[in-house]
Design a protein around this ligand. Sequence first.
Ligand code: ATP
Ligand code: MG
Length: 365
Amino acid sequence: MATPKIILTGDRPTGRLHIGHYVGSLRNRVALQNEGGYEKMFVFIADAQALTDNIDNPEKVRQNVIEVALDYLACGLDPERVTLFIQSQIPELCELSFYFMDLVSVSRLQRNPTVKTEIQMRGFQSSIPVGFFTYPISQAADIAAFRATTVPAGEDQKPMIEQATEIVRRFNNIYGETLVEPEILLPSNAACLRLPGTDGKAKMSKSLGNCIYLSDDADTVQKSVMSMYTDPTHIHVSDPGHLEGNTVFTYLDAFCRPEHFERYLPDYPNLDELKAHYQRGGLGDMKVKRFLANIMQELLEPIRQRRQEFAQDIPAVYDMLQKGCADARAVAAATLDDVRRAMKINYFDDAALIEEQAKRFAAQK
Ligand code: ATP
Ligand code: MG
């Protein structure tokens, strides 16, 4: 029997979600949900993971749990079809992490390139919190506890999923086939793998403050787009422009569809022609930015509207999350039963064990 397709993915409640999340993972999730070709789908808010580098700022994490939940609902995740839950409410995840700790070496963790970059970004070099250092293990537990086969995520998560796969493989080798090896589902569009920030530096990231948030108002979005990093050598309209590292064009690659030209820039038939004109010279940044701003507003307006509607009834959002946590916990608990059995730490539900021990000691009499 083929392994049933189970989708799991999540976000850290360290801020509201931004358009990097949208193209990197959220858009894929909503499409997967709507296609329906899966057994179960879980989307979770990784508050325990967020605390690993925000341990002195619990209020930030607490506030952002509801912000992320609203972003999910606004983007079209539907609690009828997807289990939305909060990581810390599933203690089985801690238990599985604890067992997984023994399946990974310190040097293997040190080699994880995402952790390396993030340690540097956060200035943790001289003093790395153990919980932060080991978060790939806890992430492996999140995935394995739900028997996820498919993890829609951005490119920065690739080393994490590789590490999770190694851990699951090692577990199954030692204890017998129990857990499922996951696969990452990356966006098919190269520009979406790691959307850069509006400053043109590193990836757009809540921790770097270079974001366009899904919940930003129309004015803020307009200002962010109009002040975006482009090509510093493109000073006069007539100068030839460069596309490489030009954030505005990267965003067009990520968001622009053919019908946007008909609606907002009918002088050009498609993106290739727009790019060619820019490279030749004679096309100003402002015109391209205005085009991008129109596209962003068209995408974000309905998301913003729906977010406001869901925000009218916050207690209902918490109720939905609480129900999601209960459902998720039942699934994780069932996996942990299998894990304990495989690891031979199921002492009280194994009649054969008790009988066998009784016989062994009786024979010693
Ligand atoms: P933090 O700075 O707190 O780590 P973040 O902005 O990196 O926050 P995460 O919660 O770590 O966001 O990431 C959630 C998901 O969104 C992951 O699948 C990640 O790959 C994806 N993602 C985040 N930023 C981007 C981006 N700029 N481009 C593509 N995908 C992204
Ligand atoms: Mg991150």
